[in-house]
Every structure is written in structure tokens, then in C-alpha cells.
Ligand binder design. Structure first.
Ligand SMILES: O=C(O)CCC(=O)C(=O)O
Length: 324
């Protein structure tokens, strides 16, 4: 068992590792950050073990990598790191939830929860329904379970900020055309649940996980909206052209409807005269460019305002090539 001084040392290593990963008040040095996190996890720091799970998940290329990531998550949970315990609860078998959340859960529960996670099921996709051929729009019902949707809402709810639009300069800015709020999951906000969700989105869209931008969870109160817009970058605008050259075109948009107890608030494609919304966990995917990779102006769309209730939506923009 680690002494108090050893634990304090590994917590300090974790704190420095996080700063180096994020480039927080110092130049980013992901390699050194990851090495510090690995060392702190080895020394028994729970937060570091949870971060190691994320770092492995970020580079995961096989079920074996995911298994390794989950081992670290179990280690973090066993050392008492609450966020890791909660992730195992939401990923694991529902029947174990009550036991894990009891006042004095048995130390063995975290291993049992990990053992109950069905990784093959994660990567098995629900059938798709094509609802428009050009632009191509697809729906997959029950893409995420209601439990997962509630988890994602819970992660975003305390961290919401006013949404921004992508200006002609290529900068994000607050604008009255978009009045909803959002939480953007940056590197240090990621967890294994979100990474598995991203892996599922990547599989459904046919792109590599590294082609996915930061994931956003959007929130609309009654009356809030995202007026008609395109998601592709416009090559005619210098700021966008530069962004396309350096990071690739935003070729796809993948939306997951995280709840359903609101009125109206569909995603509207005005030029197609069509509106869509899915029951909790359903996904809508549309291609922002046509078969020749040209921006498709028929994708003009809006997030309409709820008349009542609040709408939660996961929004994932996808680039045509992996981001560096
Ligand atoms: O809220 C919606 O239904 C649409 C969201 C959207 O337009 C986007 O994320 O690009």
C-alpha cells in the first residue's frame, strides 16, 4: 500500500501530466504528459489510472486496446476514484447497478462490472434507414441506450456555455443566429464512455475516430434555436479555405437525440421540406458534401426551438481526413 507521501507525489505527477497534455499555462508536451500519467497510475493514483484509460482509448485500434483501457478504469475504480466507478456502472450490466451504488459496495464489484461490459455489442451497429438519397441522410434507431443518453446529459449539464458559430474568419463566435448552449468535450473532459460513443459514431459514419472533431452536447431551452446554416466549410471564405487546407473539410454531421420530453424542435432541412427528430438514443447522420466532395447546399438545416421542455442532442462534426 502506498504511503501518504507517495500518494501526494503521484497526485502532483497527475496534475503536471494533465497540464502538459492540455498545454495549460505551459507548452503542450503530450508524450511527457502521458509518461507522467502512466507513472502516477502505476503508483496507485486513481485519477491517473482513469486518464490512462482515456489515453489508451484514444489510440484504440482493436478490442484488445479497449480491454486494456477498461483494465485501467477498473484500477481507478478500485482505488476509489468516483468518476471511474460511475463509468463502469453505466457501461456495465444494469443488474449490477444497485449493488455498485449501495452504501458499502463490495471491492469485487468493479471487476464484475468490467467483466459484464460487452465490447462486441458496442461496435455492433443498429440497422440504418436511408431517409434521403441526395443529400444522403440516414437514421439509426436506438443508437445509444437511454442510460447512456442520461449519462451524457449529466456530464454536460453543469458545464454548459453559450454555443458559438463558425465565423468567416474561421473563429468561433457568439451570434444571435444560435441561442442554445453546449458543452464541448476537450481532451481532459473525455472519459471511456464518450470514447466508446465516438468509436461507435466513427464505425457508423465510416470514418476513423481521429476524423471526429471534439464532441458537443447541445442544450435548447424553450425558444432557443440554431437558425438555418451549413455545417461544411465554405472554400470561398479565406478563413474557411485555410481551415480546409490544414484540417480537411467537415464532410459529415452525426446527431444523437438524447431525450424526447420536449415539444417540436426538429432538425429541419428547409430546402428538402423535411424535418426529423428521433426518440431517445436515435441517430441522424447527413453528408455535408456530395459524391464529388463538393459542399452540398441542399444540406441547409436548422435546429428548431422547443415550444416547451428542453432538448438535448449530441452533435458530432466529422472531417474528411484524420485530425492531427
Ligand atoms: O439542433 C439540431 O437539431 C441541429 C443541430 C445542428 O444543426 C448542428 O449541430 O449542426
Amino acid at each position: 500500500m502506498a504511503s501518504g507521501t507517495e500518494l501526494a507525489q503521484s497526485a502532483a505527477q497527475t496534475a503536471l501530466g494533465k497540464k502538459l497534455l492540455a498545454g495549460d499555462n505551459m507548452p503542450a508536451d503530450p508524450q511527457r504528459g502521458a509518461a507522467l500519467i502512466a507513472a502516477a497510475a502505476q503508483a496507485g493514483d486513481g485519477e491517473a489510472a482513469a486518464l490512462a484509460a482515456v489515453l489508451i482509448g484514444l489510440g484504440a485500434q482493436s478490442p484488445g486496446d479497449w480491454a486494456k483501457s477498461l483494465e485501467y478504469l477498473q484500477q481507478a475504480a478500485e482505488s476509489g476514484w468516483g468518476p471511474a466507478q460511475q463509468q463502469l456502472v453505466v457501461l456495465g450490466h444494469e443488474a449490477l447497478e444497485g449493488e455498485a451504488q449501495g452504501a458499502m459496495p463490495s471491492p469485487a464489484i468493479w471487476g464484475r462490472l468490467r467483466g459484464s461490459i460487452d465490447l462486441a455489442e458496442w461496435l455492433r451497429l443498429p440497422e440504418l434507414r436511408q431517409v434521403s438519397a441526395a443529400p444522403r441522410i440516414e437514421i439509426r434507431d436506438a443508437f445509444l441506450s437511454p442510460r447512456l443518453c442520461a449519462w451524457l446529459i449529466g456530464r454536460a449539464r453543469p458545464r454548459l456555455e453559450r454555443s458559438r458559430v463558425y465565423a468567416a474568419t474561421g473563429e468561433g463566435q457568439v451570434d444571435r443566429s444560435r441561442t442554445n448552449s453546449a458543452f464541448e468535450f476537450d481532451l481532459l473532459s473525455l472519459d471511456v464512455v464518450m470514447l466508446l460513443t465516438r468509436a461507435r459514431i466513427a464505425a457508423a459514419s465510416g470514418f476513423a475516430p481521429h476524423s471526429l472533431e471534439h464532441t458537443n452536447v447541445l442544450h435548447y431551452s424553450a425558444g432557443q434555436q440554431f437558425t438555418r446554416h451549413f455545417d461544411f466549410l465554405d472554400p470561398a471564405l479565406p478563413g474557411h479555405a485555410q481551415e480546409i487546407a490544414s484540417k480537411g473539410q467537415r464532410v459529415g454531421t452525426f446527431l444523437i437525440y438524447l431525450n424526447e420530453n420536449y415539444d417540436a424542435a426538429e432538425t429541419e432541412f428547409s430546402l428538402l421540406g423535411r424535418k426529423f427528430r428521433c426518440p431517445t438514443g436515435g441517430a441522424l447522420y447527413f453528408h455535408n458534401v456530395d459524391a464529388s466532395a463538393t459542399p452540398d447546399r441542399r444540406t441547409l438545416h436548422a435546429g428548431l426551438a422547443p415550444n416547451s421542455g428542453e432538448k438535448w442532442l449530441l452533435s458530432q462534426w466529422i472531417r474528411g481526413r484524420p485530425l492531427g
